[in-house]
Structures are given as structure tokens and as C-alpha cells.
Write a protein that binds this ligand. Structure first.
Ligand code: URA
Length: 237
């Protein structure tokens, strides 16, 4: 790994400003491998060197992965001038610069959302080419017919002529349905059901690939996981 500036690493890992870190370093708060370092531009290997700042060990993580049970009423965006976003719900201890949601859920959609600062990982999850199916439970205003199941499987055409990829639809009790899609067009599921003459009253994402929404997460809660814990994402389900 390339050597990096001490102040940059501490600021990024602890989510504090570079200015604050620089002043802290000048005041003797940083120790590398047991030696106090007073230069902010001191070069370290964050994967090998032991870093202590303000008496606390700094555990270096290149990227973070957060699993959230998104509640209704919150925007899937990194920031917004006036409205609450999913990033606002991330606890301070897990926050750092560059976090973004992996794909967008509508404001009223609930359920599984991954938040990370790893762009390559997000791309792997989202690109339709990889055929990672996302599983949703939709509450509908009518019944799913056999014809709709077939139309979704063959790739339904939306009202504006957009051709969708294959989707798996399974009717459930009480005008609900499980639907699996591997692409993320704007309001895709609502528009797909719309093309079949059905309205969507509720939508919850339950899984991405083989990774399921953990049942211990209440709406609005999140938990940090490792990249390896997310491996089931890449296993078809
Ligand atoms: N499709 C939708 O219509 N909305 C979502 O939030 C996700 C998929």
C-alpha cells in the first residue's frame, strides 16, 4: 500500500476535520508505532503502522459497509439541502466522508439498503449485467394474474416504451407479491405494476442477491458489516 499523510488518514478514519487533526498532531496527540509524531505530513502505511490518536487506537479501514433498514419518509441520497437523507441516519461512530447509498429506494420504500464509500463494490452490485436480483415485497391495489407473471418474466414494456429485463413475480396472500428485478430504473417496480394496471401501496426491499435484510434491524437502524459478510450478495437467490 502507498504511504499516506498522517493527518489525512486520521481525519478520514475518525471523521474529523483535517484542520482539527493538524492542530492535534502539533499538540502531540498522534503516536505512530509508539512514537509521538508532530508532523502532519509524516508518511505512514495505514495497513501496517499502529496509529494512536488522542489516546485511542485508530483501526484503519479502506472502506466501510453499512447495512440499513431504511424507514419510509427518508431520501436515498448522500445529502439534501432540507430533507432528511439515509446518511443523516448513520450513527456518528460509523460516519465518514464519501458515504453513499448503493442504489436508490424511493422515499416511501422501506427495507434493505447498503451504504458504503466503495464505488467499485457499488458498481458490481448495481450493474444489470451482473444480474444481481433485488427482492421486494409489494402491497398492491389488486390481484396479480397469471398473465402479469408471464409479462414480467418476458420483460414488460413500461408506459413510455422502456423495455424491462426479465423479472420474477410471485403472488402472495392479501394482494401482495414478491418481485425480483436486477435493474434499477426510476420508480421501476411502480411503473412495472402500473403497466400491468396495478397500483403499489407499499414496497419493501427484503434482499439483494442472497443477502437478506437482517431481522434484528428495526426501521431506521443500521449496522456495520465487513465486505466478506456481504459476499452472499453475489450469490443468486
Ligand atoms: N422500484 C420502485 O418503484 N421503487 C423503489 O424504491 C425501488 C424499486
Amino acid at each position: 500500500m502507498e504511504l499516506q499523510r498522517l493527518d489525512k488518514i486520521i481525519a478520514a478514519q475518525l471523521n474529523i476535520s483535517r484542520k482539527e487533526v493538524k492542530s492535534g498532531i502539533r499538540n502531540g496527540k498522534a503516536e505512530i508505532n509508539g512514537t509521538v509524531i508532530l508532523n502532519a505530513d509524516y508518511q505512514i502505511n495505514p495497513e501496517k503502522d499502529s496509529i494512536v490518536y488522542d489516546g485511542q487506537a485508530v483501526i484503519y479501514k479502506e472502506f466501510v459497509y453499512i447495512v440499513m433498514n431504511k424507514p419510509a419518509g427518508v431520501l436515498s441520497a448522500s445529502s439534501d439541502k432540507s430533507r432528511e437523507t439515509v446518511i443523516d441516519l448513520v450513527p456518528a461512530a460509523l460516519k465518514r466522508k464519501g458515504l453513499f447509498p448503493v442504489g436508490r429506494l424511493d422515499k416511501d420504500t422501506t427495507g434493505l439498503l447498503i451504504i458504503t464509500d466503495d464505488g467499485d463494490f457499488a458498481h458490481r452490485v448495481l450493474t444489470p449485467k451482473n444480474e444481481i436480483y433485488k427482492t421486494y415485497i409489494a402491497g398492491l391495489d389488486g390481484e396479480v394474474t397469471e398473465q402479469t407473471v408471464k409479462d414480467f418474466l418476458n420483460g414488460i414494456v413500461l408506459a413510455d416504451g422502456t423495455q424491462c429485463r426479465k423479472a420474477y413475480l410471485k403472488p402472495l396472500e392479501g394482494n401482495r407479491a414478491e418481485i425480483k428485478i436486477c435493474e434499477g430504473k426510476y420508480h421501476q417496480i411502480k411503473r412495472m405494476f402500473g403497466a400491468a394496471g396495478l397500483g403499489v401501496n407499499s414496497l419493501e426491499r427484503r434482499a439483494i442477491g442472497g443477502y437478506e435484510l437482517p431481522d434484528f434491524l428495526a426501521p431506521g437502524e443500521c449496522t456495520e458489516v465487513t465486505k466478506y459478510q456481504l459476499n452472499p450478495l453475489f450469490i443468486a437467490k
